[in-house]
Write a new protein. Structure first.
Length: 93
């Protein structure tokens, strides 16, 4: 049985956002479709082969050094790649 309360990442709060590290050993079933309560922008610090998928769209590569926007209440998910994924998340106030 999957425990969805176990987060597939560790998180550090920083000024104007947070940094999340998705562990290499996280399981695909932990990376669930979800919605966030605020608009978000995420910036990829490190990662290879990880993908972002918006509802009803093909997955897109999460590329180091690139930023991606996620609208409030928009269904999305992360798809596991190789190694760790490190992102910085900025949320609208």
């Amino acid at each position: 049985m999957v425990n969805y309360l176990t987060m597939p990442y560790t998180e550090l709060k920083v000024s104007n956002g947070k940094i999340r590290v998705f562990r290499e050993d996280c399981r695909e079933e932990q990376l669930v479709w979800h919605r966030d309560e605020k608009d978000r922008s995420l910036h990829v610090i490190e990662g290879f082969g990880w993908l972002l998928q918006y509802d009803n769209q093909e997955p897109i590569d999460l590329l180091e050094g690139h930023s991606y926007s996620i609208d409030k209440l928009e269904y999305h998910r992360i798809i596991k790649g190789d190694g760790e994924l490190v992102i910085r998340i900025y949320e609208a106030a």
